[in-house]
Structure formats: structure tokens, C-alpha cells
Write a protein that binds this ligand. Sequence first.
Ligand code: ACO
Length: 339
Amino acid sequence: MIKQYTSKIIGLGKYVPDNRVTNDDLSEFMDTSHDWIVERTGIEERRFIPKDSPEGTATMGVRASEQAIERAGIHKDDIDLIVFATLSPDYYFPGSGVLVQDLMGIGTCPALDVRNQCSGFIYALSVADQYIRTGMYKNILVIGSEHHSGGLDLSTRGRTVSVIFGDGAGAAVVSRHDNLDEGIQSTHLHSEGKHAKELSLIGPNTKKWVHEVFENYDPDDMDYHPYMNGQLVFKNAVVRFSEVILEALAKNNLEPSDIDMLIPHQANLRIAQFVQKKFGLRDDQVYNNIMRYGNTTAASIPIALCEAWEEGRIKTGDHVMLAAFGSGFTWGSSLIKWV
Ligand code: ACO
């Protein structure tokens, strides 16, 4: 008989840069205000890597991973696979997964990069879960890390996008587990490419390549700045978040009231509050930290999950729901029976 496994998270870690940037700090660069940002997004401050710092997407991922591995009680050489999710890789290529592997001195295990933006951590978790269920790997390091601040347009022109994002990293060690009723019970992934450009950073790309960046770079070419159709993103997010949470509940024969902790991707506090209200969840059933970190995209779920666990808000036996929506558009969820 083929042995069946499930997977469980045995260690969580997070890292955010020390440098706090308040809404008032941003209003020194652009025409915005603390009240506008809080009212529309819930964000009060975010962390930015200082311009002269050597810190980056991979190094933040390393710091979060070291904490996760230590808490997991395993050795870094026990890692069988690294899955790294980001939309802000250190290099065009290679991906940041191999950089983490090198910086941490982790032998020659495979390192896989996932490019699914705000849904990146859930996609990465799903990849890890599948490799563990097949029996191929035992311990997988899943990382979400973003260095947004270096690429944001911090002038008034870019304010709709740039007030939202912040830097940070989160990591989870996902490991083989024998009790099929515990750990990651299901993951659900979706995408809809017709909206690819509605939340995107187009350049540089393979049509606007190195010669253009160096010879013809035009700082007013908006392809080089993140673009977001905010209202379309908002409208799709509230629908897709709800759908994919319902999908995970149905798969596991659960009702919304069975959710002990919902960790939504920290896109915008108003989106999380909409979802909370739709499912009739109390404040203690939803974890939000966007107020302190802004939207850290692929890092937002592992940072929030890590903090919720550190604060004792997730207990053995809890049903933990992760859900995300973002650029692509992509969206996903995962239902975890916490052990
Ligand atoms: N400060 C002050 N004023 C601003 C700012 C700012 N930072 N940004 C835009 N404005 C102005 C606009 O110029 C506009 O002025 P006008 O009426 O004179 O033209 C006015 O505010 C309204 O602009 P809108 O873009 O219509 O603002 P909206 O109410 O849609 O709010 C927001 C923008 C907050 C981005 C909203 O659309 C939203 O939350 N969208 C969801 C997107 C999201 O959450 N993205 C997260 C990243 S994606 C993800 O992770 C899912």
C-alpha cells in the first residue's frame, strides 16, 4: 500500500527592516496625508530598507528563514527544497531562491522561485504541500520576501500605488506529517490572465531591454513604475477572496463559523474588513497587521501567520484559513488544521 502523508508547518519566522516610514514621512515626498491613507487602506506606517543598505529580498528571506528553521528544531541541511515567492527578485535572473541557498550555505537541494505576487505564498505553500504528499520531500523551506521600496515612484504621480507597499519577509518550514486529519488540509489556486496588466510592472522586459534602460531611459515612461487599477483590483479582490474561502470551507465540510483564525493577505484593511463582515467573523477570528507594515505582498501572509502564532492567537486544533488575491490576477486559499 502507498503510504499517505500530509504536511504541517513546524517553524515560522519573519523579518522586517528597522526603518519605519510613517504616512507623515511620505507626505514629505508627495501630496498625500495620514488621514487619506488610513481612511482608504488602514495603513499607518510601513518599513523601507534604507537606500544605502546592503539588505535586499534574499537577505531578508535569509533572516526570516533562520528564525523559522531554528523554531522548527531542524538543521538547515535537513531542508530538501527551497520555494521562494516574490515579485521583487534581487536579479532578473537567477531567482532569489538560489541566493538564499548560497547565503545560508545550504548544499545543493533544489531552489524554486514562484512568481505569483500577492498570492505567491499560497502558491508556494501549495507546491510544498504537493511535494510532501507525494513522499518526494520531507522538509521544505517556503519563503515570501519583498523589497518594494527600491522600485516605488515616491512622487505625487505614483502616490496611489506607493503609499500601499512595504518591505519585509516571512518564512515557514513545512514538513511531512502522518496524521492526515492534521496540518495542511487543502490548497486552492486560481488565476485570470486577462487582468494581467491591471496590477503590473511592465519594464524592464524582454522588449525594453538593457540598451533601452541605459541609453534611452525615460523616467517619465510609466512602464518602469508599478501600475494598479485600484478600483478594479478592489472589486475583484472582495469577490475572489470570498469565493476561494468558500471553496476551502466546502472542500473540508466546514462552515464560516468553524474558522478559528483567518489570515488574509494584507492587501488593504478595507478588503479584509469586507471579508470579515461577509463571513460574520469576530475581530479575534481575523489577524491584520497592515497598519504596521503596509502591503508586503508575498511576505504578508507568512509575516501575519508568524505574528499571530507568536501572540498565542493560533492554538493546536484550530482551523486556520489563509487567503490571498493579487496581481495576475491570481488568488488562492489554504485550510490548515493547526498542530
Ligand atoms: N493621497 C492623496 N490622494 C490620493 C492618493 C494618495 N496617496 N492616491 C490617490 N489620490 C487621489 C486621486 O488622485 C483622486 O483624486 P481626484 O478625485 O482629484 O482625481 C482621489 O484620491 C481618488 O482616487 P482613486 O484612485 O479613485 O481612489 P480610491 O478611492 O480608488 O482609492 C485605493 C485608491 C486605496 C488604491 C483603492 O482603489 C483600493 O484600495 N484599491 C484596492 C487595491 C489594493 O488594495 N491594492 C493592494 C495591492 S494589490 C493586492 O495586494 C491585492
